[in-house]
Design a protein. Structure first.
Length: 317
């Protein structure tokens, strides 16, 4: 019997699940701290994600034939900024999705670079939660750290990198950076130029279901697993929830599953952003999610290339 491990690199903890082909076998969780060094700042130590993941995996496989583990995959908190130097050392604590220090950079992106340019190149406008304003904040406020940066990655991808040595991400997580072209599913050259970074600083982009590598030999030895265990890149947490709730048909509405998760509407084409109320994401099925950034009760418009859909009309979907 094959077993599969899923890890969710959350904001408060890493949660793990061991599955067989038809059942949940075991779950485990390890908590870690969030640091608030200044007003509006929210940071974590990426080492805590990795240590928690290793501990969770060890617990999950403690009672099974470890040679039967086939793969490890991920979901995780989105938008966080993790930067590594040329020796793969973490340069500074990760800046999380709920960090608001980059308000000036967000304003610059929306008002100087312009919302139209952002929309044309990424399908979104800027919010301080996105990764791009964080990159600009680092460039403007910690130039020495910015100059040392060789790799820029997202939280779940850091853990995947530590396990496999493969610098990778998926389309859903990349779509939350504000430097990913959601329509063409590639990094936006225009936005990389705006940020002063290049594609060599960024991971290769895969679809969520793709295998990107296998366990490093010394990691496999520590875990007692076969080094041929596949690393499947997975998805950002909100995109993964769309799969978990089977919200993957041509037009579907996914209500918020918790307080900090917005309403999602799945469509088959990229949409235009209206007054900053919605954002576009990719999902593992190759479609696009419209993310309503406020309460679903104030969704005024959803614009596609061919139609305007009102909240009343959405209720009939």
């Amino acid at each position: 019997m094959d077993y599969f491990i899923g890890l969710d690199i959350g904001t408060s903890s890493v949660k793990g699940m061991l599955l067989s082909e038809n059942a949940i076998v075991k779950t485990a969780e390890r908590e870690y701290p969030v640091y608030y060094p200044k007003d509006g700042w929210s940071e974590q130590n990426p080492q805590d994600w990795y240590d928690g993941s290793i501990s969770v995996i060890k617990e999950l496989v403690s009672d099974i034939d470890k040679n039967s583990v086939a793969s490890v995959s991920f979901s995780g908190q989105m938008h966080g900024l993790v930067v590594l130097d040329e020796n793969d050392n973490v340069i500074r604590p990760a800046i999380l999705w709920n960090d608001s220090r980059s308000s000036r950079e967000t304003e610059y992106l929306n008002n100087v670079i312009g919302k139209e340019t952002l929309q044309q190149n990424t399908g979104n406008i800027a919010f301080s939660g996105f990764t791009a304003p964080k990159v600009l904040w680092l460039k403007n406020n910690e130039p020495e750290n910015f100059q040392k940066t060789e790799k820029i990655m997202l939280p779940k991808d850091y853990v995947a990198y530590r396990l496999s040595g493969v610098f990778a991400t998926d389309c859903s997580d990349a779509a939350g950076t504000l430097y990913f072209d959601t329509k063409n599913r590639c990094w936006s050259e225009t936005m990389l130029s705006v940020l002063g970074i290049s594609e060599k600083n960024l991971p290769k982009v895969y679809e969520s279901y793709q295998t990107v590598g296998t366990l490093k030999t010394f990691v496999a030895d520590e875990l007692g697993l076969n080094e041929n265990v596949k690393i499947v890149i997975g998805a950002g947490d909100n995109a993964a929830s769309a799969v978990g709730t089977d919200t993957i048909k041509s037009v579907c509405v996914l209500p918020p599953l918790k307080s900090n998760v917005p309403l999602s509407i799945l469509v088959c084409v990229p949409v235009c952003v209206i007054v900053g109320l919605i954002a576009v994401r990719s999902v593992p099925t190759g479609r696009f999610r419209v993310i309503v950034l406020f309460s679903s009760s104030i969704l005024p418009y959803l614009v596609t290339p061919s139609a305007v859909v009102t909240e009343k009309e959405l209720a009939t979907v």
